[in-house]
Design a protein around this ligand. Structure first.
Ligand code: NAP
Length: 466
């Protein structure tokens, strides 16, 4: 049966909400055959010397840089990201592939262990086909974060990307092939999210990784646990951004507003809750309003646009509904809060204050250009607000006394903390959260080793004592 008419997999340009291209969802047999192919490919890929795998990763990095404009335009078309940000995303992907290319041999080398007699060491061995499920908000970076690490480690991968970015998924697979990645080592699955769960049970799938919402993560992790497979989850966040009373206010405002509006606020590690010391609150608020006045909403393909549409009409409607509910519950909408009267999934950049623990928004993630601003009296109060949500992804502390800022950072229940900087990514820095933001790490050596068997080998000669 053709699923074309009912497939949710399609490019819809959120700048004007027009359907650009539709994709046919794969059927069960097609999916099973791709997983079979990945399993066969694993048998030789695992034995391919690490330096040869690394050479392909370096080639992928080079191709990504060569094609960064082409890729950038595809992301802008499919999910509305401002083009300059999309090109920046591609550059980060190239850096991650290059990082693993440069460091894989060292990271995957046997690690000797200190033992009283004979020798012992750890051998890092890939485990097989990894199922990766990814969201649309960084269409290339999300593929990169899981594929670069796990493929370098010698695993193979089948990846189900979000249904609204099929062309971004396709071009990444094409680049991997062009770089010389053997057939079957990486393949996209074009399938709707609701149909993923049964795939986890395929015995040839050896591990599962998902980035996305809590419900999707819980569904995948439950399915994996039932068949005793490892999973890693990178879920949502409502990151705190604490501004201490000795902070450089101009820098803090610039970092908070820039960080919050990037990618139209659709970033898991966006500074969603800005917590400002009472003594500097008024100044911070006024400067934030000035910064909001500089935001230029427009066509994400245009170089002077700083805020494009949200990723889809539904995304815009959902965020506006959250803001309206907060207003009904008593929050103050200082700026924005409404849909922008033009074609496309646009909403106004929004600034909200007076949010209390009686309101839903106090606890929720808001995945759009909405800054929640809180005033606190004591640092202990700031820490309590910061830790009040179920999320624990990242966070920021701004303060001139960096030792004091680090002391505050240690008390925030998050996986990543930045001092005097909004959250950013680098290949060397492990990425991941705690609490309901998930478990496991991506990037760096920690990410590389998530889906390897850390095998211990103890060598004792027959005539030696144990
Ligand atoms: P989502 O609905 O969970 O979608 C993410 C991926 O999961 C998509 O590929 C989606 O497929 C799939 N999916 C949906 N329902 C599923 C299910 N029941 N079982 C298995 N897979 C399922 O997430 P979203 O709302 O689009 O993305 C935004 C969320 O991702 C936010 O909460 C954000 O914070 C989080 N995020 C986290 C990180 C991080 O690193 N921590 C990074 C980026 C985003 P379909 O597209 O076909 O539905």
């Amino acid at each position: 049966m053709s699923t074309k008419e009912i497939s949710s997999i399609k490019t819809v340009n959120p700048f004007n909400n027009e359907i650009v291209k539709e994709f046919q969802a794969m059927n069960k047999d097609q999916i099973a055959s791709i997983i079979d192919k990945a399993d066969v490919a694993f048998k030789s890929w695992r034995n391919t010397p690490v330096k040869d795998r690394a050479a392909i990763m370096a080639k992928i990095a080079a191709l990504l840089l060569d094609k960064k404009e082409e890729l950038g335009k595809l992301a802008t078309l499919e999910m509305g990201k401002v083009l300059a940000q999309a090109i920046g995303e591609v550059k980060i992907c190239a850096a991650i592939f290059k990082y693993y290319a440069d460091n894989a041999e060292e990271f995957l080398a046997d690690k000797p262990l200190k033992v009283p007699h004979g020798e012992a060491f750890l051998s890092y061995e890939p485990i097989g086909v990894i199922l990766s499920v990814q969201p649309w908000n960084f269409p290339f970076y999300q593929i990169t974060r899981s594929a670069a690490a796990h493929i370098t480690a010698g695993n193979t991968m089948v990846l189900k990307h979000a249904s609204n970015v099929p062309q971004c998924a396709q071009i990444m697979e094409d680049i991997f092939t062009e770089a010389g990645l053997p057939n079957g080592v990486y393949t996209n699955l074009y399938v709707s999210g609701k149909d993923i769960e049964p795939i986890v049970g395929n015995p040839k799938i050896k591990g599962v990784t998902l980035t996305g919402s809590e419900p999707a993560g819980a569904s995948i992790a439950t399915a994996a646990a039932k068949v005793v497979k490892k999973s890693t989850l990178e879920l949502g966040g409502s990151d705190p951004f604490i501004v201490l009373d000795d902070a450089d206010i101009n820098l803090a405002v610039q970092s908070a507003v820039g960080g919050r509006m990037a990618n139209a606020g659709q970033v898991c590690t966006s500074p969603k809750r800005i917590l400002v010391a009472e003594s500097i609150y008024e100044e911070f608020l006024n400067k934030t309003k000035e910064a909001f006045a500089q935001i230029k909403v427009g066509n994400p393909m245009d170089s002077d646009t700083t805020l494009g549409p949200l990723s889809s009409e539904k995304a815009a409607q959902d965020v506006i509904a959250q803001v309206e509910k907060a207003a009904e519950q008593g929050a103050t909408i200082v700026l924005g809060g409404r849909r922008i009267e033009r074609k496309g999934a646009f909403m106004e950049p929004t600034l909200i204050t007076d949010i209390t623990a009686e309101m839903d928004m106090y606890f929720e993630e808001v995945f759009g250009p909405v800054m929640m601003l809180y005033k606190y009296n004591t640092v202990e109060e700031a820490i309590a607000i910061a830790n009040a949500t179920e999320f624990g992804l990242a966070g920021t502390v701004f303060g001139t006394d960096t030792k004091k800022a680090v002391d505050v950072a240690r008390k925030i229940d998050s996986g990543m903390l930045y001092i005097n900087h909004a959250t950013s990514v680098a290949p060397q820095l492990p990425f991941g959260g705690t609490k309901n933001s998930g478990y496991g790490r991506e990037q760096a050596i920690e990410g590389l080793l998530e889906f390897v068997n850390i095998k211990m080998i103890r060598v004792t000669a027959p005539d030696q004592p144990y």
